[in-house]
Design a protein around this ligand. Structure first.
Ligand code: ANZ
Ligand code: ZN
Length: 803
């Protein structure tokens, strides 16, 4: 037979697919949108690690295609932003040129993967026809009050010379370059993502995403509940309202403290305490807030009055102290010395009782050396005893609310998004500053506001972008009043384009709308999104925010962009070290494609390990995959004309193979799909040997199942099997008949008086009488004495009881 020649085959089918695309939209098929996180066109090109995600998404796309879907499977470029600009500066080239060169090179490299991308849908975030809409969204947000300017100390990377969003600071360092981040006071454009905090949190429930990513977003949004609780003053009608983030500790409140400026402070003083209280209030008024918070030694004065703890009726002393600020919360607090450091110090100093109400192990510590601030088990807390403190934290405010003694409060960790970058290579923020009219958006019909050409695109480090140096660009007229005005010179962060690019693919040439209603309804949203986990709180949160905004203004009809998410693990170099040019451990796919072929590399990318985990690249392994493809090739070629009727064994193997491959594929266990193919290939080779051939249906089934993984070789074998059309067209994913998978014979233990003596192989549907007869025959000479009972447990045991 002809040997497997990957070079010829791959060349032949690449050409055929180009002439005759396999993913056709006939208008009748349902759509399936499978999206890759689009790459930065960096100067380093693709390595075998980049391949992995693209292979996973392509296998999934082809599988869905064979299940009858029209696939939306696009590719594009996230080309603005720091990496591209830093690269351009390093190479001494204009970023526009180096970006375009990189895109052209990487596009060719991606084509080697043979993924079914629809290149007609390509987008590039730096293309004016694309960033016109990035700017348009900003203008819409501005008009909706969601984009605003604010002077504030922001995260500043001294090395990248630009401001950063909170999400871009990792452990105090710049997410891009690793330099320690400092603070800088600058006027910033902010996006009010906090207005969407609740929706971003609640709608996570709708998503079929890895729990790990949902948890990261939940923690980042960081919604927490506190409470305001009323404490009645003992012997009086009025009460003092406190603000607390720890309502779970209410049983442990052994005193109260009011800020000296609190409106009720002076009035709480009893006759004996009046002088001391007035003195303290006067002294406190001389100190600044900063001094007050930094004072190590706590000071304070007892008012002489008491309050009633609303949960247990305890009478607790009311103090004044300057560690409570007047302008935060309600200016009054309940003090829980066992669980708050400041309260602990205060209680120790003034001899106030300390009652522990939360314990790590449920046991009380009679000699607390410091406040225990962590969650734990409730103790000394009446009806809450034994409960987890986090649960009590939610319950106490409810109870207070029901009794009319307070209310729940909410706060978030999420902050508004710092959206200005003091860099050249980004979308200009389409705002004009007018002395009379303030911030005026560039009129929508004048978009895109083109990024002007500059001579020097190096960051200035002054807090202004290089655009500020181009007078003829900066100086303009106000779109409202026509007077001289100045353009905003900051640019948008890299995340601006990537927050919505997936919407544009399906209508990338539309110059009237971001995406037409018709196309959005037909092809969006994304059904499956595949990419690395490193984007969990940046891109994946921003995209959800943008989509919700576009939903609110009626651009799209859905408010979540990505129904399902799969995060692939990284391919690393030896010892788990990340592949990078600087470490010199980058493995290029080019040589591997040349030596083994695209199909072998695709399968090996999946074979290296579970797709969701990081896997070390070991180049030698690709041999094994290549050998498998050779053996499979020979099996099909040797038997394609055998004209065999399938034996029962062949039938069974075929259905089991469909079942195993499909269930493993459905659960994304792609490495075990590849090993499954290897096992079934060996079984088929054995069967063919035993029977002098292999039936055509089994061979066709195997070729069909393997096609999403190794498309070229399967196309060739499919045509060798006599088909005129592609294995992906007019062919469907095989169905498995589970009844045909069942074994029709089974091994059954034969016992005498309950002890196993031998084993017989019997048909599964054998009747009782024949089973017992076969069992007795199998026992033969071992059977002695008089039979008193004969037992048959179908499919399991035969037991002959003798005396
Ligand atoms: C009881 C309690 C028990 C508290 C416990 C903490 C730990 P953040 O997270 O910063 O909002 N607090 C409230 N208002 C204050 C004010 N005006 N000046 C000084 N401290 C004030 O902190 C809220 C917590 O700080 C509140 O929760 C309150 O003390 C205190 F084991 O209430 B806590
Ligand atoms: Zn104006």
């Amino acid at each position: 037979a002809i040997p497997y020649n990957h070079k010829e085959i791959e060349k032949k089918w690449t050409k055929k697919w180009e002439e005759d695309p396999i993913n056709v939209n006939d208008g009748k098929k349902p759509k399936y949108y499978c999206l890759d996180m689009f790459p930065y066109p960096s100067g380093n090109g693709l390595h075998v690690g980049h391949w992995r995600g693209y292979v996973i998404s392509d296998v999934w796309s082809r599988y869905k295609m064979m299940k009858g879907y029209y696939i939306i499977h696009p590719m594009g470029w996230d080309a603005f932003g720091l990496p591209a600009e830093n690269y351009a500066i390093k190479m001494g080239e204009h970023p526009a040129k180096s970006t375009a060169d990189n895109i052209n090179r990487i596009r060719e490299q991606i084509k080697q993967i043979a993924a079914v991308y629809d290149w007609d849908m390509e987008v590039n975030t730096t293309d004016p026809s694309f960033y016109k809409w990035t700017q348009w969204i900003f203008v819409k947000m501005f008009k909706a009050g969601l984009a605003y300017e604010k002077e504030m100390p922001i995260n500043w990377c001294p090395s990248c010379k630009t401001g950063l969003a909170n999400e871009e600071v990792v452990n105090g360092c710049c997410e891009r370059c690793g330099a320690p981040v400092t603070k800088k006071n600058l006027k910033q454009w902010m996006l009010k993502i906090t207005a969407y905090a609740d929706r971003l949190l609640n709608d996570l429930d709708k998503l079929d995403w890895p729990e790990k990513v949902k948890k990261m977003q939940t923690d980042w949004i960081g919604k927490s509940y506190g409470a305001e609780i009323d404490f009645q003053v003992d012997g009086r009608e009025d009460s003092i309202r406190v603000y607390t983030t720890r309502p779970d500790t209410l049983y442990g409140a052994t005193f109260m403290v009011l800020a000296p400026e609190h409106a009720m402070a002076a009035g709480l003083a009893t006759a004996e305490q009046k002088k001391a209280v007035d003195d303290y209030i006067f002294q406190a008024s001389m100190k600044s807030n900063v001094d007050r918070l930094q004072d190590k030694e706590k000071t304070g004065v007892f008012t002489g009055s008491y309050a009633i703890n609303p949960i247990n009726g305890a009478k607790i002393p009311i103090w004044l102290s300057d560690y409570v600020l007047a302008d935060y919360g309600t200016g009054a607090i309940m003090c829980v010395p066992a669980h708050d450091e400041r309260d602990f110090d205060f209680a120790k100093k003034f001899g106030i009782p300390i009652i522990q109400v939360i314990s790590p192990d449920g046991k009380e510590n009679s000699d607390l050396k410091e406040a225990y601030v962590n969650p734990g088990v409730m103790i000394n807390s009446g009806e809450f005893n034994g409960m987890n403190s986090e649960e009590a934290k939610a319950k106490v405010p409810d109870i207070m609310e029901q009794r009319g003694l307070g209310k729940k409060t909410t706060q978030y960790k999420l902050r508004d998004w710092v959206f200005s970058r003091q860099r050249y290579w980004g979308e200009p923020i389409p705002i004009v500053h007018c002395e009379k009219c303030g911030c005026v958006p560039v009129p929508e019909e004048e978009l895109p506001l083109l990024l002007p050409d500059v001579e020097s695109y190096q960051p200035t480090g002054t807090g202004e972008s290089p655009l500020a140096a181009i007078d003829e660009w900066v100086n303009t007229t106000c779109p409202v009043c026509g007077r001289p005005a100045k353009r905003e010179t900051n640019t948008m962060p890299q995340w601006a384009g990537s927050s919505w690019y997936f919407l544009r693919y399906v209508d990338n040439k539309n110059d009237k709308e971001l995406v037409s209603k018709e196309k959005a309804d037909k092809y969006l949203p994304v059904d499956m999104y595949i990419g690395g986990v490193e984007h969990a709180v940046l891109h994946l949160l921003y995209s959800r925010f943008y989509t919700k905004f576009l939903y609110d203004i009626g651009v799209v009809d859905f408010d979540e962009p990505f129904k399902k998410l799969f995060n692939q693990g990284m391919i690393t170099g030896k010892n788990g070290i990340k592949m990078s040019k600087s470490k010199g451990n980058v493995v290029s796919p080019d040589d591997l494609v040349r030596d083994y072929g695209c199909d072998s590399l695709r399968m090996y990318e999946l074979f290296v390990g579970p797709p969701e985990l990081d896997s070390e690249w070991d180049e030698r392994g690709i041999d094994g995959v290549n050998r498998f493809l050779n053996r499979f090739w020979n099996l099909v070629m040797d038997n394609k004309d055998a004209d065999m009727t399938p034996t029962k064994e062949m039938e069974k193997l075929r259905h089991k193979m469909i079942y195993d491959i499909t269930t493993r594929l459905e659960s994304f266990s792609l490495n075990t799909v590849v090993s499954g193919f290897m096992e079934y290939n060996n079984k088929m080779i054995d069967l063919a040997k035993k029977n002098g051939g292999m039936d055509k249906k089994t061979l066709e089934t195997a070729v069909t199942l393997l096609a999403p993984f190794a498309p070229h070789i399967c196309e060739e074998l499919w045509s060798q099997l006599g088909h005129e059309t592609s294995v992906f067209v007019d062919n469907t994913w095989p169905e498995c008949d589970e009844s045909k998978m069942a074994d029709d014979e089974k091994e059954i233990a034969v016992q005498m008086n309950g002890k196993t003596r031998c084993v017989v192989t019997l048909p599964v549907d054998i009747d009782k009488e024949s089973a017992l007869k076969a069992g007795k025959e199998a026992l033969g000479d071992k059977l002695s004495g008089t039979i008193v009972k004969e037992i048959y447990v179908p499919g399991r045991i035969i037991n002959i009881v003798v005396k």
